[in-house]
Design a protein around this ligand. Structure first.
Ligand code: GLU
Length: 292
C-alpha cells in the first residue's frame, strides 16, 4: 500500500511529480494500492484551490488513485487523540517557550520537566533523550540520527494550535495501512522523528524509499517558482518521460511521443526501484521544462 501526500500550497511541479510517479509505480509494479492524501494540516500555508488543482493535474497525467482522497483538515480530532496518548504516557510534554526565546537550534530542554513558574503551555514536544534511530532506506541506504543531539525534543503540537506534520503523517500512514512510503529525499531527515513516533504509538514501521529531489543549477529545489507553471503547459507524456529519465528508468526515446496509456503500460512493467540513483538531489538543466 503506497501513497502520495502533497501539501496543497500551490500547483503540482516537476519535483512533486517525481514523488507522485515514484510512489505510484512502486505500488502498481507490485499490484498494490495507491492512495492520495492532502496534507492540509498546516492550514495557514494551505492555498485555496490548490488541492483541486493538484488532483486535476494528477488526472490529466493519468495517475489514477484508489479510493477517496483523505484530507488532513478533517482529522483534527484523531490527531488530538494521539497527542493525548503521548501526553498521558509522559512521552510528550507541554512547552511554554516561544520561537524567539529559543532562537533556533536544538531545543535546550527548558520545559522538559515542567513549565517554568508563571508560564502558560504553548506547544507540545516529544522527549528525545537517549533516542537514536537507524533506518534502512531502500535507495539511500542506512540513515542514522541521534534525535537528542541532532534534533532535540521536537514539536508535535505547534504554538499556534495546529498539529505538526510529523505527528499527522504518522497517524495517517498507520490509519490508512501504508506499508511503503516513497517520497522526496528532502524528507529523509524527518524520517527518524516519524519512526520514533511510530514506536511510541505502537504503529507498524513502513518501508522507506527516498527519491532524489530535482534541483536547478543554483542548487534550489524545483518548486512552484521554477517548474509549476511549466508542467501544466507541457504534453503529459513529455514531462513523464523526463521524470522516468530523472529516476534512471531508461525510457526508450520513442516513448516520449507515445499516448498516455502506452506510456503507463510501459512504465508499470519497467519500473525498477533499484535503478534509482542513490543521491539525495540531482541537478536538472535549467531549460528542462521550457516550452516544447
Ligand atoms: N506533505 C509533504 C510534502 O508535500 C510530504 C509528506 C510525506 O510524503 O510524508 O512535502
Amino acid at each position: 500500500m503506497g501513497r502520495f501526500a502533497p501539501s496543497p500550497t500551490g500547483p503540482l511541479h516537476f519535483g512533486s511529480l517525481v514523488a507522485a510517479v515514484g510512489s505510484y509505480l512502486e505500488a502498481r509494479r507490485h499490484g498494490g494500492t495507491w492512495l492520495v492524501r492532502m496534507e492540509d494540516v498546516d492550514e495557514p500555508r494551505t492555498v485555496a484551490g490548490a488541492a483541486h488543482g493538484i488532483l486535476a493535474t494528477l488526472e490529466r497525467f493519468g495517475l489514477a488513485w484508489d479510493g477517496l482522497v483523505l484530507y488532513q483538515s478533517d482529522r483534527s480530532a484523531i490527531y488530538h487523540g494521539a497527542l493525548q496518548r503521548l501526553l498521558e504516557g509522559r512521552q510528550a510534554f507541554p512547552c511554554a517557550c516561544t520561537r524567539k526565546e529559543l532562537g533556533g537550534g536544538v531545543y535546550p530542554g527548558t520545559c522538559r520537566f515542567g513549565l517554568p513558574r508563571g508560564r502558560e503551555p504553548r506547544s507540545v514536544r516529544v522527549h528525545s533523550t537517549g533516542v537514536r534511530i537507524s533506518i534502512r532506506d531502500r535507495v539511500q541506504g542506512t540513515f542514522i540520527q541521534d534525535l537528542e543531539r541532532d534534533v532535540g525534543d521536537f514539536v508535535v503540537k505547534r504554538g499556534d494550535g495546529y498539529i505538526a506534520y510529523q505527528l499527522a503523517v504518522v497517524v495517517d500512514d498507520a490509519a490508512q495501512g501504508v506499508t511503503h512510503v516513497v517520497r522526496g529525499a528532502d524528507l529523509l531527515d524527518s524520517t527518524p522523528r516519524q519512526v520514533h513516533l511510530q514506536r511510541l504509538l505502537g504503529f507498524p514501521e513502513p518501508a522507506y524509499l527516498h527519491l532524489p529531489v530535482a534541483i536547478n543549477s543554483w542548487g534550489n529545489k524545483l518548486s512552484k517558482q521554477t517548474g509549476a507553471a511549466a508542467i501544466d503547459h507541457h504534453p503529459p507524456v513529455n514531462v513523464l518521460w523526463k521524470v522516468m529519465d530523472f529516476l534512471n528508468q531508461q525510457p526508450p526515446p520513442e516513448l516520449a511521443r507515445a499516448e498516455l496509456p502506452a506510456f503507463w503500460s510501459w512504465a508499470r512493467g519497467a519500473w525498477d526501484a533499484s535503478r534509482v540513483p542513490r543521491m539525495t538531489a540531482i541537478q536538472v538543466p535549467n531549460g528542462l521544462l521550457d516550452p516544447p
